[in-house]
Design a protein around this ligand. Sequence first.
Ligand code: FPP
Length: 248
Amino acid sequence: MLESENREKELKAAIKTENIPHHVAVIMDGNGRWAAEKGLPRYEGHRQGVEAVRLTVRNSSYLGIKVLTLFAFSTENWKRPVSEVNYLMSLPGKYLQSELPELIRNNVRVRLIGDSKKLPRRVQKAVNEGAEATKENTGMILNFALNYGSRSEIIMAVNRLVDDVKKGRNIGSVDEIIFSSYLYTADMPDPDLLIRTSGEKRISNFLLWQLAYSELWFTDVYWPDFSRLHLLEAIYEYQKRKRRYGSV
Ligand code: FPP
């Protein structure tokens, strides 16, 4: 038996099913370097990255994770060459077209977080159709963060709150619960676990408010190589952490 198969068995036996993180957020990094190391064009890294998305969605739903949030395109990613942006923009539609039947079978609900109005029409349409087709599903929520930036989300929330006050909504003094209700993640729990691949150790403007008490797990593995084994390693490590939320 392969060493990785052995490790996977060990992890499965060690992971406590009653302490699976409810919300896992992922910064899927390293597609470009994965491709470069193989002498391939960058888009091949993104293409293989979609395969890792397929597996991770399947494995997360199977493990009983309630919310999986994937950082697929940031508000800063528009700075990339047009051809790469166009390729990245083709991925949500392609993924949903091929995966929707399985997502429906697995009771997964698709959602989008981010400034969707600035996405190309076809991307909005594909994700909205995916969200509509799965809106009654009660299993895992699969959030695609597309044109997402946390600072712009916070500014958006402040502006919407100010608008509501101007319209006469009696908000009183704003507390964390009220403020959270204006974010894209309004009705979701904060992430318990953040995973970032590729060896980088940054948050990169992702869920700054929501990650306040999340456990962070970093791996050197490039996103296209991220497998069930790595997801299990992350969860195993998460379960070893003592979450104190500022207490002793
Ligand atoms: C970062 O790696 C990755 C991205 C900006 C894109 C992530 C997108 C996917 C993994 C596919 C998304 C799939 C769907 C279905 C929406 P990088 O390109 O910055 O890698 P590098 O740092 O090695 O150059």
